[in-house]
Design a protein around this ligand. Structure first.
Ligand code: RIB
Ligand code: CA
Length: 315
């Protein structure tokens, strides 16, 4: 791995709903010497909270870092009912394609995710990576307004500038809790948004997946999950591709030049119409006041090589 370890790694908390693409993002973060993974916080999303929380524990055990804390959070969005159990989703019944069937040895810490995020940030500034519905992040900001000065960067996988993946207008993470997204996007925290328009490019070739499968225990498990995820996309949903969306919310912290960004003004439709959960992304002259940078271009080879190298380094 030709990645120089910086003097001081970035303190990172990842809010997640594992989730196979979450798994790839978490393993990348664990493997990078540029990241100090302070903890994972879990939320209902791809699967119910009762599934995403043990999955976070399993992934840390797989990666050989079972002592990294996991704090469970919201089991439903702020306002609308929980997303229907998507266990038949592209992530499978158990959220990880049935690959990590063991019971995790560790347990979640006795602290709500919103408070865990606040504890971490109030101890020393953090970078927050959100790769799930934003309910926990909104709760953290509502409970601890002083957080706004203690999160130096918020990277969100979410939204879509053109077509959504839950409705034609909305991407899943934002669709699942639009009110939470609006609260977070309006908080004034330096926001980096990775919408579907760029995460749809986060694809592995068959040869790359084969390389990952032969790169060790962790690579073999992740490759099996991704194979399940691809099969579900290709055969059950008719999708012609299976993007590892969430990896792009960690990638800028590991390989800065892999993604190109531009200033943007992001807002969310919290109405009750067919466009509920849509993200409106204004750039250039259409911005009134930028509140984010939005990923616009991905070096796909850099994405794939960075992911494969880091996963292989976990053994
Ligand atoms: O729309 C993609 C997002 O929804 C990803 O975070 C995926 O894990 C699901 O949560
Ligand atoms: Ca996710």
């Amino acid at each position: 791995m030709n990645e120089p370890a910086p003097a001081t790694p970035t303190r990172v908390v990842i809010d997640t709903d594992p989730g196979i693409d979450d798994a790839a993002a978490i393993l990348l973060a664990v493997a990078s010497p540029r990241i100090e993974l302070v903890g994972l916080t879990t939320v209902a999303g791809n699967s119910p909270l009762s599934v995403t929380t043990p999955n976070a524990l399993r992934l840390l055990e797989l990666a050989g870092v079972p002592s990294v804390p996991v704090a469970a959070g919201a089991d439903r969005p702020l306002v609308q009912p929980p997303p229907t159990d998507r266990s038949a989703s592209v992530h499978g019944e158990d959220g990880l394609g049935g690959v990590l069937a063991f019971a995790p040895a560790a347990r979640p810490v006795p602290r709500h995710a919103a408070d865990f995020i606040a504890d971490a940030a109030l101890e020393s500034t953090i970078t927050l990576v959100a790769i799930a519905p934003l309910t926990n992040v909104a709760l953290a900001l509502a409970l601890h307004p002083e957080l706004e000065g203690r999160i130096d960067r918020l990277l969100v996988m979410g939204g879509a500038r053109r077509e959504g993946n839950m409705t034609p207008a909305a991407e899943f993470n934002i669709w699942a809790d639009p009110e939470a997204a609006a609260r977070v996007f309006g908080a004034g925290i330096p926001l980096t948004l990775l919408p579907l328009d760029i995460t749809h490019q986060a694809l592995l070739t068959e040869a790359e997946l084969h390389r990952m499968a032969g790169s060790g225990k962790v690579g073999s498990a992740l490759a099996e999950m991704v194979a399940f995820y691809e099969h579900r996309h290709l055969h059950d949903y008719g999708d012609s591709f299976a993007p590892l969306h969430d990896v792009l919310a960690v990638l800028p912290l590991v390989a800065e030049s892999a993604i190109t960004f531009e200033d943007a003004e992001i807002s969310v439709d919290c109405g009750a119409s067919v466009s509920r959960g849509a993200t409106l992304v204004a750039t250039g002259g259409r911005m009134a006041s930028p509140n984010a940078v939005v990923g616009v271009e991905l070096d796909r080879e850099a994405f794939a090589e960075t992911l494969l190298e880091h996963v292989a380094s976990l053994g």
